[in-house]
Design a protein around this ligand. Structure first.
Ligand code: FEO
Length: 427
């Protein structure tokens, strides 16, 4: 079918990407929520690919189980099951592995290739003991005669098992969820579909952003490749300027604050909200104390004055975060919870944290916020500090001590990191 005039929803056959590579996926245009939390204004696609080499056929990824019929019809339009020599599952999440058991039943001679980290998931997800599979690492290859599939280990994008597959002779990268987005358009190719930039950015922000350091490692493997086409498992096939999408991932995964916070500085953010000014007084004292410590750049923010989004960006780049919340009706207040609940899209593991707050009669907020921060894998080296109603001068001095302690913990952490690096270099 000609790329220029096709509407893939009108056919149940494979779509040519190149002479030897076909799209055999499925369309899910009516989906509006993916994985409970992701909005999908345009539905999604489950992209699967078929590669024909001189010595056999490979199927790369399958589709969600409910879309198996569409997948098999497209597959059967370009290959017989007994031609299938190789099945690659770049990622075992059910939206890509749903049709795998039936495909293995129809093509029992095929060898399944998965990442090493997928091994433990295979049985748990698919409830099959008898799959014939091999695990692969970066630069392992599988030959289809005149085509060679090379693997790239790209874990956590977005499950631990994820990998990419690359065909050098075609300059095509089968990238799994990486560079994907939930955007169903019957024209399938990025130079034909509607404007999907918002969906690409949204997908990165919710799926990839918490794993930025793994994105950067994956880009280090992907950027040296010759790239004519990137074929992800969701959304448009990136045949027009594919490297622009690689560059965008590099930009999104790079530090935004490098011009503000120096390499030799630690960034400490103090967020507070206050009903009667008491928690605000504590916040200013924590700020004063932490600002005394050389090498720590301290910033103070009243949560009442901003939307959550910009603060999430700041927290992603910060080394330490302190929250100040009063207790109202036995709870921390909503702006604090709103910010904390927005942090699931970033990686907060190992950031230093502390909590303080004024209370009237029960004072649960400090402990509750501490529990949440521990749940986000932050380190809380300083016990939270509560003050009943108006802080006295002695109590404000305790807040300054808390500020100094948390800032010193940031410096100590960087010293530990330095010593660890020195030890690695010496070993
Ligand atoms: Fe599209 Fe992470 O599965």
């Amino acid at each position: 079918m000609s790329k220029q005039r096709f509407d893939v929803s009108q056919c149940q056959t494979a779509v040519s990407i190149s002479n030897r590579v076909h799209w055999i996926g499925a369309l899910d245009p009516s989906l509006r929520t993916f994985d409970i939390i992701l909005k999908t204004a345009n539905g999604t696609t489950y992209n699967s690919y078929l590669v024909r080499g001189s010595e056999g056929v490979a199927v790369i990824d399958t589709v969600k189980e409910q879309f198996s019929d569409e997948f098999f019809r497209r597959l059967e339009s370009v290959a017989d099951y007994d031609e299938i020599k190789v099945i690659v599952l770049n990622h075992l999440e059910p939206d890509h592995s749903g049709a795998l058991p039936e495909l293995m039943r129809r093509a029992p001679q095929a060898q399944l290739y998965i990442s090493q980290k997928a091994k433990g998931m295979l049985k748990a997800l698919l409830k099959h003991d008898d799959f014939n599979f091999k695990t692969v690492l970066t630069d392992d290859t599988v030959s289809l005669g005149d085509l060679t599939i090379r693997f790239l280990h790209t874990p956590y994008l977005h499950w631990p098992d994820t990998q990419c597959a690359y065909i050098e002779e075609e300059n095509i990268l089968f990238s799994g969820d990486i560079f994907g987005c939930h955007f169903c358009d019957n024209r399938l190719f990025n130079d034909l579909v509607g404007d999907f930039r918002f969906s690409f950015e949204y997908y990165y922000a919710h799926i990839m952003r918490p794993f930025k350091k793994y994105v950067i490692r994956a880009l280090d493997l992907i950027e040296p490749l010759e790239l004519d086409i990137i074929a992800p498992t969701h959304g448009p096939i990136l045949c027009d300027r594919p490297r622009e999408y690689v560059k965008r991932y590099r930009d999104l995964s790079s530090s935004k604050l490098h011009t503000e916070i120096q390499d030799n500085e630690k960034s400490l953010l103090i967020f507070y909200i206050s009903s009667y000014g008491n928690t605000a007084k504590m916040a200013e004292a924590v700020y004063d104390g932490s600002s005394e410590i050389h090498g720590v750049r301290v910033s103070l923010y009243d949560l009442e004055g901003s939307e959550v989004g910009p603060f999430v960006d700041l927290i992603e780049e910060a080394d330490g975060i302190v929250f100040g919340s009063p207790t109202i009706n036995g709870d921390a207040v909503k702006p604090v919870w709103d910010l904390l609940s927005s942090l699931a899209v970033i990686n907060t593991r190992g950031k230093i944290g502390a909590v303080f707050g004024s209370f009237g009669w029960s004072g649960e907020a400090v402990r509750m916020v501490e529990d949440r921060m521990r749940g986000l894998k932050m380190d809380l080296p300083v016990t939270g500090y509560r003050v009943k109603l108006i802080p006295s001068e002695d109590e404000l001095e305790n807040c300054r001590v808390l500020g100094r302690d948390i800032a010193n913990a940031l410096i100590d952490q960087s010293m530990e990191t330095f010593v660890e690096k020195e030890n690695v270099l010496a070993s």
